[in-house]
Design a protein around this ligand. Structure first.
Ligand code: NCD
Length: 317
């Protein structure tokens, strides 16, 4: 998403696109997430007392919605939740603007997942409370990217000078769009964009990346694995294809097999935003490279940090 929004200053602002966040902003979120990781549940339990978080999920989700809700509960906030578009008036044809307008009357912050990939600007204008983009169609998923950065920092102690392969459906995979923008803000990272022909990273994203980062495009992982620090796998985004025959031809076209890792560095880290399908067989789970379940567990600290920053006014802000 090429954002027209002003750069978030956190308090009462929106988190829409990774492009809105500077390196400094990202570091603030990650530092606070680290602090929350170390704090006990009791220490955190009143920080957002009296606040109400509304999760409006018009597309399926397990991790994102539940980790936002768990994060809110950990900080003492209350939750209102729409977990299925069929259970809201959105399914009767209500516009997203009207739905969001109403939701903003009942809450202090909205976490929104929606199927449309267009710019969220018009929706933001209809809300009187901050909105966090929890995935808009095949565009972006900035809070997953922040979780991914937290994960990389945990594993490597840095976010710079890394060789990272993004593998899979780079056309429709919104997590890679946001994560590549995010890592592009840190120096000396090198990307390998690996996708079958037809599922390459969209041109508008490549154009943005080109301004900040070294990258090369590939159709397979052949010859790459030994160079990598991070192997970021993604699933085929079936639900985004127009017809079954369109996605059928890509099925199993990028499955990672255990034997492909024989030449990998010891520290190679496999990440995945989950859910996984065929691309990441279960026998990889027991290898020293697998880090995707830890990655999912870190989401809660990052989301605690975001909710706190957006809802708590602090000195100087
Ligand atoms: C991703 C999403 O919804 O974009 N999952 C997530 O939020 N953890 C990835 C996906 O659905 O493939």
């Amino acid at each position: 998403m090429v954002s027209v929004l002003k750069r978030p200053r956190f308090f009462h602002d929106n988190i829409v696109s990774m492009q809105d966040l500077t390196r400094k902003d990202i570091e603030i979120v990650l530092k606070l997430a680290k602090k929350f990781e170390k704090m006990s549940k009791v220490q955190k339990s009143r920080l957002l007392k009296g606040k109400r978080i509304l999760t409006l999920f018009l597309e399926p989700s397990t991790r994102t919605r539940l980790s936002f809700e768990a994060a809110a509960l950990n900080l003492g906030a209350q939750i209102l939740s729409v977990s299925d578009s069929k259970s809201s008036s959105f399914s009767k044809g209500e516009t997203l603007e009207d739905t969001v307008k109403i939701c903003s009357m009942y809450s202090d912050l909205i976490v929104l997942r929606e199927p449309d990939s267009t710019n969220l600007g018009f929706v933001l204008n209809s809300s009187t409370v901050p909105i966090i983009n929890a995935g808009n169609g095949f565009d972006e998923h900035p809070t997953q990217a922040l979780t991914d950065l937290f994960t990389i920092q945990k594993r490597f102690g840095r976010l710079t000078g890394l060789n990272i392969a993004f593998v899979g459906d780079l056309k429709f995979g919104r997590t890679v769009h946001s994560l590549s923008f995010a890592l592009g803000k840190f120096p000396r990272n090198n990307f390998f964009l690996v996708s079958p022909k037809g599922l390459e990273m969209p041109k508008n994203f490549l154009k943005e990346l080109d301004k900040t980062i070294e990258f090369s495009k590939h159709s397979t992982l052949n010859g790459l694995i030994s160079k990598l620090d991070v192997l970021y796998m993604t699933r085929l985004q079936r639900e985004r294809f127009k017809s079954k025959s369109d996605y059928k031809k890509f099925e199993k076209s990028f499955t990672l097999k255990k034997e492909m890792l024989n030449c990998a560095k010891k520290s190679l880290t496999i990440m995945h935003p989950l859910p996984r399908v065929e691309e990441l067989p279960k026998d990889l789970d027991l290898t020293k490279h697998a880090y995707y379940f830890e990655q999912a567990s870190f989401a809660i600290f990052v989301r605690e940090a975001l909710l706190f920053l957006l809802l708590k006014k602090r000195n100087g802000r």
